[in-house]
Design a protein around this ligand. Structure first.
Ligand SMILES: [Zn+2]
Length: 426
């Protein structure tokens, strides 16, 4: 018997789902958008509502995207921004290391602590961060532990801790919001966790050393002279340990590619060992070149069995309280999607989570989703949207099961053993 298989193309529209908004006559941006291509795919495929983690639970972009790209529900809860950003910056972590996401900030001494005058020191350029990072390499923090700063994209950086008995179960020094803003003392989540208590101590020590050294850096002397904001302090968040994550796609020996302009998703894709395609024209904003992303995806299909195209635009519009912009982005996406040949491809369209354009934040609402296969089933869904998908044949489906259903349609589950439940059970 010859087994027929299809290649798969999944679109991950960041923050796709939404709630009805008055400015769109009580429709969601997706319902209000004119989307003939998506409606056609849905009419020839099946629709449903996808819960990334669990019904009603809002998730981060990296969690929702990881679940759609082969990480199990069990492992997704261990994902942290530190190691993801580290992977994006090319920082190699050894087993037991801890990575924490950082900003250089403008701070001012205040008693025993520091007030934050500007969280990003006025948004530094990458080469400026690289220059500052050179002065903070292998800083001795005691107990055989060292800390180094590595530049990441734009104003971002990574604090990489190496040494014995570290733990990432610690709080952030970055207060995120509040007035006045003050660098927080890092503490262990559980005071009884000795490794975490030690790690919190060394992070606090690193911050104090950085705040003492940075004002003397030639970069800051020049900034001071020019009356500009100094990058004289460090704030950090999202501590995580090196992760070795099982991945369903590797288990099935499928080659996967991820196309994105978003630096966190670049890091996630590298961490998950998918091929990552990025480009300056993929801006991770609503102005991204959607056609170029789709063309890159179609080319990547020659070398890979499944390709994920991540588009950040819808989520950016929601965070900007801009449902009309979100609707217009989805219309542009729909027009670009018409270039995808559908005769031999399995196509999935979904999102990493829903985003509420009135509140400007992620919500726990399920994401309207569709699966199309040239030989697949059909249902009665006709209009792609929150309402139009809710009675579809996919029903209420998890992100893991959405991927598995797509792989089954592709004919890629021949090697899958039903007793190996880790990819579809918690
Ligand atoms: Zn997102």
């Amino acid at each position: 018997m010859t087994l027929h298989s299809h290649k798969g193309l999944m679109f991950i529209l960041d923050g796709l789902g939404d709630r009805p908004v008055p400015e769109l006559q009580d429709r969601t941006p997706l319902e209000a958008a004119n989307t003939p291509t998506l409606d056609k795919l849905l009419s020839r495929g099946i629709g449903g509502l996808m819960d990334p983690l669990a019904p009603g639970v809002p998730v981060d972009t990296h969690t929702g995207t990881a679940l759609l790209t082969g990480v199990s529900l069990r492992d997704a809860q261990f994902l942290r921004r530190g190691p993801i950003e580290a992977a994006g910056a090319g920082v190699v972590l050894q087993n037991g290391d801890v990575a924490i996401r950082c900003n250089f900030a403008t701070v001012e001494k205040d008693g025993n602590g520091f007030l934050i005058k500007n969280r990003r020191a006025g948004r530094l350029r990458e080469e400026e961060v690289a220059e500052l990072a050179k002065s903070l390499q292998k800083v001795d923090l005691g107990c055989g532990i060292t800390g180094s700063i590595h530049p990441a994209t734009q104003h971002r950086a990574i604090l990489h801790l190496s040494g014995p008995e570290l733990s990432a179960a610690i709080t952030d020094s970055d207060p995120m919001s509040g007035s006045p803003l003050r660098i927080k003392t890092v503490i262990p989540h559980d005071p009884g966790n000795i490794r975490a208590a030690k790690t919190a101590d060394v992070v606090n020590r690193f911050i104090r050393i950085a705040c003492a050294q940075l004002p003397d850096h030639p970069f800051n002397r020049a900034r001071r002279k020019a009356g500009r904001l100094e990058a004289n302090g460090i704030i950090c968040r999202g501590a995580g340990e090196m992760l070795v994550l099982d991945n369903l796609l590797h288990y099935l020996k499928l080659k996967a590619a991820l196309i994105t302009g978003d630096c966190t998703i670049v890091g996630l894709g590298r961490l998950l060992q998918h091929t990552v395609y990025t480009s300056p024209v993929f801006t991770a904003l609503a102005d991204t070149d959607i056609d170029a992303k789709i063309q890159t995806g179609l080319t990547a299909l020659h070398e890979h069995e499944i390709v994920f195209i991540h588009l950040k635009g819808p989520d950016i519009c929601s965070h900007d309280f801009n449902p009309t912009g979100k609707m217009e982005f989805l219309e542009r996406f729909d027009a670009a999607l018409a270039a995808v040949p559908i005769d031999d491809l399995v196509i999935g369209v979904t999102g990493d989570h829903s985003s509420d354009s009135i509140q400007g934040e992620h919500s726990g609402d399920p994401v309207p989703s569709l699966l199309f296969s040239p030989r697949g089933r059909r249902d009665l869904c006709r209009e792609y949207g929150e309402t139009g998908c809710c009675q579809g044949a996919l029903g209420r489906i998890s992100a893991n099961h959405f991927l598995i259903s797509m792989l089954d349609m592709m004919g890629s589950l021949h090697n899958y053993r039903s007793e190996d439940t880790k990819y579809y059970l918690m």
